[in-house]
Design a protein around this ligand. Structure first.
Ligand code: P6P
Length: 330
């Protein structure tokens, strides 16, 4: 038991790795830890209480907001607000960014998040996830957060992570010094270091894409899918598509694989959101030795222009991403 380490101990221990270890990023990560536990408690009993069903409103995606979406969004926002190290938050569930008030003007960081991705799976008990991305603000400290603080390329991220509410609940994150995974012990509600120094296998046998969109894929991507289906391939591939980004991403990170959400007829720029889905996962996968591209360029080098802009996404094992690009870039 002596090498068991909690997330709290880990954050403090690794604080010296941050270039300005004034403890503020540690406070921010601790607030995410708290919100994770609160949301996990509700997600784990979603089927037992009347928290399912829609809140009756629609988010910017035009999707009905599930009550759990609304609950998760408010808990993460409140947890980030109280520590006063964050000056504002952008969320998939809010059309505009949320500017925290005066007592947070000295906050050095902004957070972008998808508080509960895959929420359409809640009612059928499929794993869902939270995704977050952290930047240092670029506007002057002491004043209100500005839109420019959120519209930064992914290479500027100082931290990124996700929570997977699955058969067990895990928090996986990076601050630019590798990727580490923590699992909740439900009997204590404590997050323990369960997956130190996570690395993505360079190769894998799993490809994840919604093949119902095949007819609207580019010729190059169709060729790649046909290559995966080709029984002549020495190590045959298998298709796995859970329909919950974090579940597919996490499996590919652990076992090796590639996830693709390309442009389709109904989503000409792809479906996933650059700032709070593609960028944080790109930071994590690159820290784990994998790759993330929009089909033309490195995801983290895209210069954002809008808060909720979408990007095609090809992400996972380095050699598998390269293989997809060898077909799609022609
Ligand atoms: P489709 C869920 O809505 C989500 O954002 C991701 O979690 C998931 O990978 C994708 O969309 C599924 O989209 O169009 O294949 O149903």
């Amino acid at each position: 038991m002596n090498d068991i380490k909690t997330l709290g101990e880990f954050i403090i221990e690794r604080q010296k790795e941050f270039n300005d270890a004034d403890g503020n990023l540690s406070k921010l990560l601790s607030s995410i830890k708290l919100a994770t536990k609160i949301v996990n408690r509700e997600v784990s009993k979603a089927g037992l209480v009347d928290i399912l069903g829609t809140a009756g409103e629609e988010n910017i995606q035009g999707e009905e907001q599930q009550k759990l979406d609304v609950f998760a969004n408010s808990r993460f926002i409140e947890a980030l607000r109280t520590r006063k190290v964050v000056c504002g938050v952008a969320s998939e569930e809010n059309d505009d960014f949320i500017a925290f008030d005066k007592d947070c003007y000295d906050g050095k960081y902004v957070v972008l998040m998808d508080p509960l991705d895959g929420s359409s799976n809640i009612d059928v008990n499929v794993s869902i996830g939270t995704i977050f991305s952290v930047y240092k603000r670029v506007s002057p400290i002491g004043g209100p957060v500005q839109l420019e603080d959120f519209l930064q390329p992914g290479i500027n991220q100082v931290a990124a992570g996700y929570v997977l509410y699955g058969s067990s609940t895990m928090l996986v994150y990076t601050t630019g010094c590798g990727v580490n995974g923590f699992t909740i012990d439900p009997s204590l509600g404590t997050l323990y270091l369960s997956h130190p120094n996570m690395t993505a296998p360079k190769e894998g046998k799993i490809y994840s894409v919604n093949e119902a969109n095949y007819n609207s894929f580019t010729p190059g991507l169709k060729e790649y899918i046909n290559y995966c289906r080709d029984s002549e391939v020495k190590k045959p591939y298998t298709a796995r598509y859970i329909g919950s980004l974090i579940a597919d991403f996490h499996r590919n990170l652990v076992k090796g694989g590639v996830y693709m959400y390309p442009q389709t007829a109904s989503a000409p720029n792809g479906k996933l959101r650059l700032l709070y889905e593609s960028n944080p996962l790109a930071f994590i996968i690159e820290q784990a030795g994998g790759k993330a591209s929009d089909g033309k360029q490195r995801i983290m080098e895209i210069e954002p222009t809008e808060l909720h802009q979408r990007s095609p996404l090809i992400i996972g094992s380095a050699n598998m991403v390269d293989k997809v690009l060898s077909y799609t870039k022609n």
